[in-house]
Design a protein around this ligand. Structure first.
Ligand code: GP9
Ligand code: MN
Length: 429
């Protein structure tokens, strides 16, 4: 019902943070790249295995003087994994408590997604991915999100050794994406979803350039090998961007979508991190993924704010100087100075710079279990607010998605996406 939208807006408006004036509009008019680094966790940054840096190119990008990097940025996906990450990044809406929002509602719902918003600001928009377009219902969802082009698997020339696991190997994917990228009128918004660093982390001999780890857990030990391969593919693509001049004309966002090594492998994780064991708190902290924004006119550095995937869209809109005062988004700009730093997880847990709630326990920021009875009245109040914020954000998001509430919401300077206007070359029925 339309009146439900009022309730949502009430909450969203209270939660909206003021953009930071030293960043607002800094990337206005630039091309935008979203580089989706499959299963890439924050602990890989500057991680060494077998005496070597595993991901030297991504490390360099992370530390670049023009890259804004976040070291307390969490993935917030549920069962929808990659699709939940996509949903959050481009809509600032959560995935569902179970299943995938893209699969269940991607075709039918009204969205106010970032590609559509940019399209209406004169951008061309495209998503690139080396798997068949029907995976996670992308072929339908992308139309609802306003993607003009979707370059999926049939666009790429394949030989039997070009693919592994879910699809095209990352190096070949980036190489062959260039010819499509070069036809996109600028400014463009291009999302490139990598694939090779995906469970079960298989890679052909020729592409292996670092030894597997030796935790004894077979499902874990290939992770550094495919992460290294992804890193090389990333490095090659950066070289192309620099050579072509796109590097300076673009804002380049790179992020890890979710964990590679799940919490079902605590022993192996402990070994990888050189610890005796990992606690529930450690496992929550291992949900950190890198989030990096590069633009040649940005003063970079490591930002310690607590945030997550839900916050990406508001951050980007502010950087691009797109008015963002009437949208329905559940995150807030990571660059705002006065933002709520409680990060909800899809299961109702949350982390924050002070207290975190994981499972049935509350932890301080050193990972110690807190006896909540001994908290001060003020701390109890904060904790209660954090839980309320978490529950409310998730339940409102679910109402928006399952009730298709955005069909009742109009935005200034934005025309609803007409899905029938979008046709992709390969269709999956
Ligand atoms: C498939 C790929 C993998 O196309 O994006 O999705 P995931 O299994 O990581 O959710
Ligand atoms: Mn994924």
């Amino acid at each position: 019902r339309a009146s439900d939208v009022e309730k949502v807006l009430d909450y969203v408006n209270k939660n909206r943070s003021e953009p930071n004036i030293s960043y607002y509009g800094k990337a206005k008019g630039k091309n935008v790249f979203i580089l989706h680094l499959e299963s890439f966790q924050q602990f890989l940054i500057n991680y060494k295995s077998d005496g070597q840096e595993v991901t030297p190119n991504i490390n360099r990008f992370y530390a670049d003087q023009h890259t804004l990097s976040f070291d307390n940025f969490f993935n917030q996906v549920g069962q929808g994994k990659t699709s939940d990450a996509e949903m959050m990044l481009e809509n600032s809406l959560y995935g569902l408590p179970s299943g995938s929002g893209m699969t269940s509602y991607g075709a039918s719902n009204t969205f106010q997604a970032l590609p559509a918003i940019l399209d209406q600001k004169g951008y061309s928009t495209a998503s690139f991915h080396g798997d068949v377009g029907s995976f996670w219902n992308r072929d339908n969802t992308y139309k609802s999100w306003g993607y003009q082009y979707f370059f999926d698997e049939p666009y790429y020339k394949t030989k039997s050794n070009y693919s592994i696991g879910y699809g095209l190997k990352d190096k070949i994917f980036f190489q062959q994406s260039v010819k499509y990228l070069e036809q996109l009128p600028q400014p463009f918004y291009a999302k490139m979803i990598t694939l090779t660093n995906h469970y079960p982390y298989e890679l052909d001999k020729d592409n292996q350039s670092i030894a597997k780890t030796k935790t004894g857990d077979k499902t874990v030990d290939g992770y550094v090998q495919t992460a290294r391969y992804l890193d090389q593919a990333f490095g090659e693509f950066m070289n192309y961007l620099k050579k072509s001049g796109l590097y300076d004309k673009s804002v380049i966002v790179a992020y890890g979508d979710h964990y590679g090594i799940s919490e079902n492998h605590p022993k192996a994780l402990a070994k990888l991190l050189g610890k005796k064991s990992v606690t529930k708190y450690d496992l929550a902290m291992l949900q950190k993924v890198p989030f990096m924004i590069h633009s040649d006119n940005l003063q970079g550095g490591i930002n310690h704010t607590y945030g997550g995937e839900i916050d990406v869209m508001p951050t980007l809109m502010d950087l691009l100087g797109i008015q963002n005062t009437d949208t329905i988004q559940l995150g807030n700009d990571l660059l705002s100075t006065n933002r709520n730093q409680t990060v909800p997880f899809r299961n109702g847990d949350f982390v924050s710079p002070d207290l975190s709630k994981i499972g049935s326990k509350v932890y301080d920021n050193q990972g110690n279990i807190v006896n909540t009875k001994k908290l001060t009245a003020q701390q109890k109040e904060i904790l209660k607010d954090q839980q309320e914020h978490t529950d409310k954000s998730l339940s409102l998001s679910d109402k928006i998605v399952t009730g298709d509430l955005l069909r009742f919401h109009t935005l200034q300077d934005f025309t609803k996406v007409d899905k029938s206007q979008y046709k992709y070359k390969y269709s999956y029925g």
